[in-house]
Design a binder for this molecule. Structure first.
Ligand SMILES: C[S@@+](CC[C@H](N)C(=O)[O-])C[C@H]1O[C@@H](n2cnc3c(N)ncnc32)[C@H](O)[C@@H]1O
Length: 313
């Protein structure tokens, strides 16, 4: 088994075990069980020399991706930030918005790059990862703020009270220099993506840059996807999209490139050409330079998503 598959499998098994244990423990006992689990896994990681303060415990990391190994979690964040600098010109004094920030994987990496005049704001639908980031990252870096947006997502926030297509981002117009949405639109149906892209445009300053990752369906990728060869496998139709399971289209979804291009044009966001191609639908010469940044993927999966970089006109 390759290192890639080992890391993916370990993360999957860990996720199942956490889910199974959660189902048998009564809700009143869960906070205590979580603390014990975190203490144990942190102790193991400490003994291995893998702990670091701004890296959340295993239970929290698993929420956002195949990050059973904390070293991969850190490497992926660091490489994302390299990508923002190299591909999209992120400056150290930027006002940065992290749309669906999870537990601050990218925030952690940005603490080493953004300076004291910069500002970081992150929001996410899931409460626990955000609370962790609020309690650990913000006290050390007071210009880093995290908040929740209680939007529904069957996989990530099944009790969410609001539809993602209705959310108004909690920030003023023209606030940010840079906005990132990493591996989020691969978990949103078209009307939800539409709202988030329009909101991103609203809160960006004129000339501000957005980077968002997608799995884009086009003439090259669609035959690969329909043949069941993409990572992940997305063989079910949902309108013009392709999804992992028809039971929950937002569990993992690929969007038509033509539709995304029109959405950006209508929203007033000019796409920086060429779109950076990921490896989720096979590695190509175009995807090789992007692969090292792990955008929308992790070093364990080697399946990076396409990165759409755009500027507010
Ligand atoms: C694959 S994780 C990526 C997290 C983070 N962007 C990163 O790259 O580390 C997807 C994230 O999207 C969040 N999410 C899903 N639906 C959302 C919504 N409607 N509003 C805000 N966040 C959402 C999930 O809670 C989860 O943290």
């Amino acid at each position: 088994m390759s290192g890639t598959h080992t890391a993916e499998t370990t993360s999957k098994i860990t996720g199942y075990v956490i889910g199974a244990v959660k189902r048998v423990i009564p809700p009143s006992a869960q906070p205590g069980a979580n603390r014990l689990f975190d203490k144990t896994t942190n102790a193991v990681e400490s003994a291995l020399g893998w702990r670091e303060e701004l890296t959340p415990p295993l239970r929290i990391r698993i929420h956002i991706g195949p990050f059973a190994d904390p070293r991969l979690y850190r490497l992926a964040g660091d490489m994302n930030v390299e990508g923002f600098k190299d591909l999209a010109g992120l400056k150290p004094n930027a006002a940065f918005l992290d749309i669906a920030c999870g537990c601050g994987r990218v925030a952690r990496a940005l603490t080493k790059y953004l300076d004291a005049s910069a500002k970081y704001e992150g929001f996410d639908a899931a409460k626990k990862p955000v609370e962790w980031a609020q309690s650990v990252i913000t006290p050390k870096f007071p210009n880093f703020h995290f908040r929740t947006a209680d939007t529904f997502n069957k996989r990530y926030n099944p009790l969410g009270k609001m539809g993602a297509s209705e959310l108004i981002f909690s920030y003023e117009d023209n606030t940010f220099d840079f906005a990132f949405a990493g591996s989020l639109y691969t978990h949103m149906v078209p009307e939800e993506v539409t709202n988030f892209v329009r909101e991103t445009k609203r809160v960006l300053k004129p000339g501000g840059t957005t980077v968002a990752t997608y799995c884009l369906l086009n003439e090259r990728t669609l035959p690969i996807v329909d043949a069941g060869k993409s990572m992940p496998r997305l063989i079910y139709k949902y309108g013009d999209c392709r999804v992992r399971t028809p039971k929950d289209p937002a569990h993992f979804i690929a969007h038509p490139e033509e539709w995304v291009r029109k959405l950006y044009e209508d929203a007033g966001l000019k796409i920086v050409e060429p779109i950076a191609r990921g490896t989720w639908a096979e590695t190509t010469p175009e995807s090789m330079p992007l692969e090292k940044y792990h955008l929308g993927g992790s070093p364990s999966s080697r399946a990076s998503q396409d990165a759409v970089i755009a500027v507010k006109s």
